[in-house]
Design a protein around this ligand. Structure first.
Ligand code: BTN
Length: 324
């Protein structure tokens, strides 16, 4: 009900009386009053004037299902959005929704994650009201071996979304971190649900540090937020959320048709790992120069002796100039 009221107030450029609202929505004035209270609790500033009615005042951008759906230009992604004021991890929510046969493109988004999950069992810091913590469900019919490429799709989508919405020069650190000025602004956790030969579903989890002012000490050297990189000016989380989905969808659709070749040029252009000296952290760690990506999206690293090694996945750290 409250979102119906909100729509009317957003469309009106003046006050709307409680009785006019009640009539147009077919409910009592008391129901309207209750709806207005709920909207206020969600952070909307609504003025009430005797004999005139209610008017929506400009306020800090609220973050809820209605706002996230409003104006979202996608075909499949985000048709169903589950919004959690607080949850453990949106990846876990999407896993559960997938098990209940939620349709492809279902999105879970949270204001705060109490058990945000990063790669390699790491904890992902996801404080209240500052980031875009979201996951969505995909049901591709390709074999599981192709699934890692979805993290590349997501990395490119986030990178493009940040550039488009903020003008900040985000770059991709292969395979799927997004960096600004060498610090991480987004992490991606892609999880597979299925058997060895067949995917049942894929969960793409994306965390974008949007409006944090400060990070815990352990992260200060390696993490940043869009707000920090934007000179302290806040960035709209709604725009980042929508733009990531809007960028992801066409890249994903082309990828389903034509594979990595459909976006490899664009990915390479935005990938800051290529050309850099890197440490490859695996069973037998080694160093070298990242020289290219294979047609399957793997990283080619040239060792000092000229030998080229294909790195499938895993942790690659870009060596700083001074220790290169
Ligand atoms: C990483 O870089 O280690 C991956 C971090 C992924 C974080 C996102 S936030 C939304 C989604 N839910 C989670 O629990 N994790 C991902």
């Amino acid at each position: 009900m409250e979102y119906e009221i909100l729509k009317v107030l957003k469309a009106a450029d003046t006050h709307v009386s409680g009785s006019a609202l009640g009539e147009s929505l077919g409910v009592t004035r008391t129901a309207i009053w209750k709806g207005i209270q709920k909207l206020r609790e969600e952070g909307y500033a609504i003025e009430a004037v005797n004999n005139k009615g209610y008017r929506l005042l400009p306020c800090e951008e609220p973050y809820n299902v209605m706002e996230l759906k409003e104006g979202l230009k996608t075909h499949r992604l985000g048709k169903q959005i589950y919004f959690y004021k607080e949850t453990d991890s949106t990846n876990l929510r999407i896993r559960a929704l997938g098990e209940e046969n939620a349709p492809e493109g279902t999105v879970a988004v949270a204001e705060i994650q109490r058990a945000g999950r990063g790669r390699r069992e790491k904890y992902w810091e996801s404080p209240f009201g500052t980031g875009v913590w979201m996951s969505f469900l995909l049901c591709p019919s390709f074999p599981p071996t192709e699934a890692p490429l979805l993290t590349l799709v997501a990395g490119l989508a986030v990178c493009k979304a940040i550039r488009k919405q903020t003008g900040i020069l985000a770059e991709i650190k292969w395979p799927n971190d997004v960096l600004v000025n060498g610090k991480k602004v987004c992490g991606i956790l892609t999880e597979l649900n299925g058997e060895i030969e067949q995917i049942r579903s894929v969960i793409v989890g994306i965390g974008v540090n949007v409006n944090m002012d400060l990070f815990p000490e352990a992260l200060q050297k390696t993490a940043t937020s869009l707000k920090i990189e934007n000179g302290g000016q806040s960035i709209s989380r709604k725009k980042i959320f929508q733009s990531v989905l809007e960028e992801f969808e066409p890249i994903y659709e082309d990828f389903l048709q034509q594979g990595f070749a459909s976006f490899s040029d664009e990915y390479k252009e935005m990938c800051c790992t290529l050309g850099q000296q890197v440490n490859v952290i695996c069973k037998e760690p080694f160093e070298g120069q990242a020289v290219d990506l294979t047609p399957q999206g793997e990283l080619v690293v040239r060792k000092d002796n000229g030998e080229e090694v294909v790195v499938y996945s895993g942790e690659v750290s870009i060596r700083k100039q001074e220790d290169a």
